[in-house]
Design a protein around this ligand. Structure first.
Ligand code: SF4
Ligand code: SF4
Length: 125
């Protein structure tokens, strides 16, 4: 058992030591290369093959035809497990993983995101 006097010395010493942990969220963390964060969609590259939709293990992505050779992607980020299988399945490179990881929200509906033509819109707005 550590004696109180020795413990006090250790406490005082720790006050002047450099922190071993990062100061998140005051200091932003840089994610490593190939980090699998929020998925991004490039509608101009999509051909509507739906391979991403078929391979998604969480049923979190839906591709919808919205016009002649135009498709939008509907993501339910609450279901997404960020495995990036959809990115790997897309032969047209229309999907990509980003380094965005700060996705916590109080309203689950805010995690339903639709990417269309040239605009990204949140369905709750
Ligand atoms: S796999 Fe790629 S090209 Fe095919 S529907 Fe999905 S995003 Fe579009
Ligand atoms: S990252 Fe995984 S879970 Fe999320 S939409 Fe893509 S395939 Fe589905």
């Amino acid at each position: 058992m550590i004696r109180p006097g020795k413990m006090l010395v250790q406490v005082l010493q720790s006050l002047f030591k450099k922190s071993a942990t990062s100061q998140y969220p005051f200091k932003k963390s840089e994610m490593p290369a190939h980090y699998r964060g929020k998925i991004n969609f490039h509608p101009e590259l999509c051909i509507g093959c739906k391979m991403c939709e078929r391979d998604c293990p969480s049923n979190a992505i839906k591709i919808v035809k919205v016009g002649d050779k135009k498709f939008e992607a509907q993501f339910d980020l609450a279901k997404c497990i960020y495995c990036a299988q959809c990115v790997d399945s897309c032969i047209k490179k229309a999907l990509e993983s980003t380094k965005e990881f700060e996705l916590a929200v109080l309203d689950k509906n805010k995690l339903k995101v639709t990417f269309c033509a040239d605009v990204k819109k949140d369905t709750d707005k």
